[in-house]
Design a protein around this ligand. Structure first.
Ligand SMILES: CC(C)(COP(=O)(O)OP(=O)(O)OC[C@H]1O[C@@H](n2cnc3c(N)ncnc32)[C@H](O)[C@@H]1OP(=O)(O)O)[C@@H](O)C(=O)NCCC(=O)NCCS
Length: 168
């Protein structure tokens, strides 16, 4: 794990992000598909563009190993009251704590920005993800059936004690 580098997505990362996303197994795509079944360079460039400081709609972080992206996590909707969290890890890297590290990186960034509330959705049978979220303060708010026909939980976490001055 020491050879993993987690950092904010950069302007040159679209190709690596597309390769990571399109390389996810069907089982992983079942529970993580923010860019649909298959993504494109253009779609990844659009994600990156929304991370630009002047735009500031998204914060995306990627984990690199052997010059490949092996994990991706994000907060989208930064200008809304409740930004939404997402997380995916390359299949061969799952179960080695990379997901936890990425999530903690994003939650640290949210704290730095003074974000008071975060939402996410999780497929109800995704026990590993759901319990990881609950351990970090996320609470089930409602159940719903997604467009993919799967049952999801909508979860939120509140961070009420953050100083307004730390917001950026
Ligand atoms: C879900 C996912 C992001 C987790 O990342 P990961 O690197 O595989 O998981 P980790 O090794 O970091 O373990 C995550 C947590 O689950 C726990 N865990 C590990 N194996 C587990 C298991 N079989 N059952 C329950 N919990 C388990 C770990 O202790 C850890 O919790 P902690 O950090 O609170 O102690 C990853 O498996 C993945 O990308 N899956 C496919 C896509 C997906 O489902 N994304 C989430 C969409 S909501």
């Amino acid at each position: 794990m020491d050879d993993i580098d987690i950092r904010p997505i950069g302007p040159e990362d679209a190709q690596a992000l597309a390769a990571f996303y399109n390389g996810l197994a069907v089982a992983s795509k079942r529970t993580f598909h923010p860019l649909g079944d298959v993504t494109t360079l253009e779609a990844c460039d659009a994600v990156i563009a929304e991370n630009a400081p002047g735009v500031n709609k998204k914060y995306d972080a990627v984990a690199w190993a052997n010059r490949q992206i092996v994990g991706w996590s994000f907060l989208w909707g930064l200008q809304s009251e409740t930004p939404s969290f997402g997380l995916g890890v390359a299949d061969v890297w799952q179960g080695q704590r990379l997901g936890s590290r990425l999530m903690d990186h994003i939650l640290d960034e949210a704290a730095r920005r003074g974000i008071l509330r975060i939402s996410l959705t999780v497929v109800q049978d995704n026990d590993r993800a759901a319990s990881m979220y609950e351990r970090r303060g996320f609470v089930r708010q409602e159940s719903f059936v997604g467009e993919d026909g799967l049952s999801y939980y909508y979860m939120t976490a509140e961070f009420p004690n953050r100083n307004e001055e730390s917001r950026s």
